[in-house]
Design a binder for this molecule. Structure first.
Ligand code: FAD
Length: 448
């Protein structure tokens, strides 16, 4: 008989927590998980999934326009936000059910309440009950950060945006990262007047400069407004419910909704981590070793709460590696090299490996190959929007160390090409591959 109620208690049923719980249970562990909001976590409930569905919905604005050039007689049509919103939320409900079923089928006990750490082996549930576990896994994710200033309470974050009663006609988006640019694209396509207000003078820090510039140029030519080096001073709410945004060193902006996408803070506040001597880093993330173990031997942490790479597939891998290490007799770590990422903007971006600037500072001599082209479909549609593919090659070895793309379907193409970059293939390997014609992806094997 075990000395504990459970072999594993997972706090947070998101991407990392659910994977860790399921695999640990499959390895024979007695597992429980606590979730204070909805099983599935950020990605499924209020992140990647509903966002991508909105991106699909938004893209019809361009498709319907372009269809006329392809001979379709498209009558004037309008967009109905409540229909899309409710259909998206229904799909979220469906996925929430599937995640719960996965836990149930694997005999993972679910507590639908908040849990905190009461000691190295003790978990306190919101209902007042305390349970014990040989191991505790913290997978509580991250939470959107809203800057502090007068009237900030009138703003929303990505947590609320999927539930808006009406699509805004004027929206101000704070931030310049991927979430800010994705929602700028979404609401612009729905017909809103969109303004991005960014503290610095660059968008999408971490992405290749040429690709970022291309998105900025396309976004501006579509009519998305940008205020750079701008800081929020005050939000005033008018009697009719509209908002007035006061910006330091800039004209005020009138709008219906202010959305903050200014980063996500690891969710460690009020978790009782001090009860087990768990150390945090300067950003408030749980410090862990390569096996995701915290400074307390019986407590591990995976996913956004550790602030390693805030992406769903990474949280899932960390959760899986944890389960194999602790319950599967197969200690293993996660390989963080060459993680592909995307920005589901209009058009989207896909990237893997080093940017040109990174490669130049780390490798010395690099070769850059680019293809700057108008997709065939855009040519016929009279859509003056150019794609840009960029390959970064280590001049010493001819190895492809980075691929960066903006254009239609870039994330779909990039995922496949990322296999080649991860495998360490060379420019010659790309050149030796016969083009698949006519496609956009063929540009990757025709780069000169
Ligand atoms: P989460 O999935 O956030 O799960 C944490 C869970 O813990 C939550 O359900 C929370 O309610 C629960 N919880 C917290 N504290 C407690 C407690 N004390 N007790 C009980 N439960 C608790 N990633 C991508 O890879 N691709 C994308 O396109 C993408 N788009 C995104 C778009 C948006 C708008 C956002 C916000 C995020 C997006 N992400 C994307 C990031 C992705 O959602 C996260 O990286 C991922 O969900 C992290 O998984 P996790 O398991 O660490 O945490």
């Amino acid at each position: 008989m075990s000395d504990y109620d459970y072999d594993l208690f997972v706090i947070g049923a998101g991407s990392g927590g659910v994977r860790a719980a399921r695999i640990s249970a499959a390895h024979g562990a007695k597992v429980a998980v606590a979730e204070e909001y909805r099983v599935g976590g950020t990605c499924v409930i209020r992140g990647c999934v509903p966002k991508k569905l909105l991106v699909y919905g938004a893209h019809f604005a361009e498709d319907l326009k372009d269809a006329r050039r392809f001979g379709w007689n498209v009558p004037d049509c309008d967009f109905d936000w409540p229909t899309l919103r409710d259909n998206v939320l229904a799909d979220v409900d469906r996925l929430n059910g599937i995640y719960q079923e996965t836990l149930d089928n694997n005999k993972v006990e679910t507590f639908h309440e908040r849990a905190t750490v009461a000691g190295p082996h003790d978990v306190k549930l919101a209902s007042g009950r305390t349970v014990t576990a040989k191991y505790i896994l913290i997978a509580t994710g991250a939470w959107p950060v809203v800057p502090e200033f007068e009237g900030a309470e009138h703003s929303i974050t990505s947590n609320e945006v999927f539930h808006l009663d009406e699509a805004p006609t004027r929206i101000v988006i704070g931030g310049g990262g991927y979430i800010a640019n994705e929602f700028a694209g979404i609401f612009h396509e729905f017909g809103a007047h969109v303004t991005i207000v960014n503290r610095s003078d660059t968008i999408l820090r971490g992405y290749d400069a040429q690709i970022r510039d291309r998105l900025l140029q396309i976004s501006m030519s579509k009519g998305i407004n940008f205020r750079f080096n701008a800081e929020f001073e005050k939000i005033e709410k008018n009697d009719d419910g509209t908002l007035c945004i006061r910006i330091k060193n800039g004209d005020p902006i009138a709008c219906d909704v202010v959305l903050f996408a200014t980063g996500r803070q690891p969710n460690t506040k009020g978790l009782g981590l001090e009860n087990a001597g768990i150390e945090l880093d300067k950003q408030g993330a749980i410090s862990v070793d390569e096996y995701s173990k915290s400074s307390c031997d019986s407590i591990y942490a995976v996913g956004d709460v550790t602030n390693r790479v805030q992406l769903t597939p990474v949280a899932i891998r960390e959760g899986h590696a944890f389960a194999d290490t602790v319950f599967g007799g197969n200690p293993r770590t996660v390989d963080y090299g060459c993680i592909p990422s995307a920005v589901f903007s209009h058009p989207p971006i896909g990237a893997v490996g080093m940017t040109e600037a990174e490669a130049r500072s780390r490798l010395g001599t690099v070769k850059i190959y680019t293809s700057d082209f108008r997709a065939m479909k855009n040519v016929l549609a009279n859509r003056n929007e150019r794609a840009l593919y960029k390959m970064v090659v280590d001049a010493a070895t001819n190895r492809v160390v980075g691929l960066h793309m903006i254009g239609p379907d870039a994330p779909e193409i990039l995922q496949a090409a990322a296999v080649a970059v991860k495998a360490g293939l060379t420019k010659q390997d790309f050149d030796d591959t016969v083009a698949l014609h006519p496609s956009m992806a063929e540009e990757l094997v025709l780069l000169k």
